[in-house]
Design a protein around this ligand. Structure first.
Ligand SMILES: *[C@@H]1O[C@H](CO)[C@@H](O)[C@H](O)[C@H]1NC(C)=O
Ligand SMILES: *[C@@H]1O[C@H](CO)[C@@H](O)[C@H](O)[C@H]1NC(C)=O
Ligand SMILES: *[C@@H]1O[C@H](CO)[C@@H](O)[C@H](O)[C@H]1NC(C)=O
Ligand SMILES: *[C@@H]1O[C@H](CO)[C@@H](O)[C@H](O)[C@H]1NC(C)=O
Length: 290
């Protein structure tokens, strides 16, 4: 019997693929409650997606409050309760509110810890719906340290001019990526008004990726799509992220529509699938109006 150092070590070992890859999503109370919660919808994606059901075995749900943890346990997923030294993370965190930013930094620290334990991972926000297994679209070459989704993809998968989005990325555990997370987290107290994604982007533009010798691939929105820049091809799309959206309720409305469109798409005879258009994600567009 293997003796694990702590609970995190044990759950990582249990959840990882044979290549030591874990799929990690972080949730709080606001993401697990309601008639249809974001977590429910996220899991619906794995159910309705192509070749995605088995991925659930490698999904680790990281709960930042007790309700989220209990909901995760109830769903019989792999769950880990992240201790957050007394901060209340259980409400809805509006984009860029103080708690939203704090929660993200706690998450960055945690993910750096996962890398230090030797695990590679795919980080996914729960407002990213997985419609296909992403592995065939992720480059398996181990010299690539980070493959990260983009809000806007400009056509060159190696160009730092793409607009990164930290809502979905795959990262390998090695000294370079660990150093990247250390650099990233070190900016926590000196980046007021910026969320961790902006800080990563800033590091990139300051030349930190190149300085550390990181090989970073930027993912094409044709496959890793979102509301900022929709994939033009339903038959190619792997994930849909409710980015460029302000509130949970708007995301839920529009992602439910995505799943609805996906099911329609799957039920069409092949010669008619090209007639499908994506949902217009109007709730998200309207979520920025006051
Ligand atoms: C991985 O990429 C490197 C750099 O482009 C290349 O030299 C190497 O042959 C690739 N490895 C495999 C297994 O494709
Ligand atoms: C990382 O660095 C340490 C010491 O600097 C070294 O012992 C170790 O082999 C390195 N690990 C990898 C994966 O390169
Ligand atoms: C914080 O950032 C400013 C401006 O980039 C820099 O001048 C200052 O040295 C930084 N402080 C710390 C503690 O890193
Ligand atoms: C698809 O095929 C069916 C049966 O052959 C045909 O009735 C239908 O018109 C075709 N649809 C398109 C858009 O070509």
């Amino acid at each position: 019997m293997t003796i694990y150092r702590d609970e995190l070590e044990a759950i990582l070992a249990k959840t990882a693929t044979e290549n030591k890859i874990v799929i990690i999503a972080v949730v709080n109370k606001a993401y697990v409650e309601g008639d249809k919660s974001m977590l429910d919808l996220f899991l619906d994606g794995f159910w309705h997606g192509d070749d995605t059901r088995g991925l659930r075995d490698h999904l680790l749900i990281v709960a930042v409050d007790q309700t989220a943890y209990e909901r995760c346990m109830f769903l019989k997923l792999h769950c880990y309760k992240l201790e957050t030294d007394g901060v209340d993370y259980d409400g809805e965190k509006l984009f860029m509110s103080g708690d939203f930013v704090k929660m993200m930094w706690r998450r960055t620290l945690f993910l750096g810890d996962v890398l230090k334990r030797g695990y590679n991972f795919i980080f996914t926000d729960t407002d990213v719906i997985w419609l296909r297994n992403p592995f065939p679209r992720l480059n398996p070459n181990e010299t690539i340290d980070l493959q990260i989704s983009t809000d806007v993809f400009y056509g060159d998968e190696w160009s730092e001019s793409n607009k990164i989005n930290t809502g979905f990325y795959m990262i390998r555990s090695n000294n370079k990526t660990i150093a990247l997370f250390d650099n990233w987290y070190a900016k926590k107290d000196n980046s007021s008004g910026m969320k961790e994604q902006d800080v990563l982007e800033m590091l990139m533009h300051e030349g930190v990726f190149k300085g550390l010798g990181l090989r970073v691939r930027f993912l094409d929105t044709l496959f890793f799509s979102g509301f900022c820049q929709k994939s033009s091809d339903v038959s190619a799309v792997v994930t849909v992220h409710a980015n460029c959206c302000r509130s949970i309720s708007a995301k839920l409305t529009d992602l439910m529509d995505v799943i609805h469109h996906w099911k329609t798409f799957k039920n069409l005879p092949t010669n008619e699938t090209l007639t499908i258009e994506w949902s217009k994600h109007l709730a998200c567009i309207n979520s920025w109006k006051f």
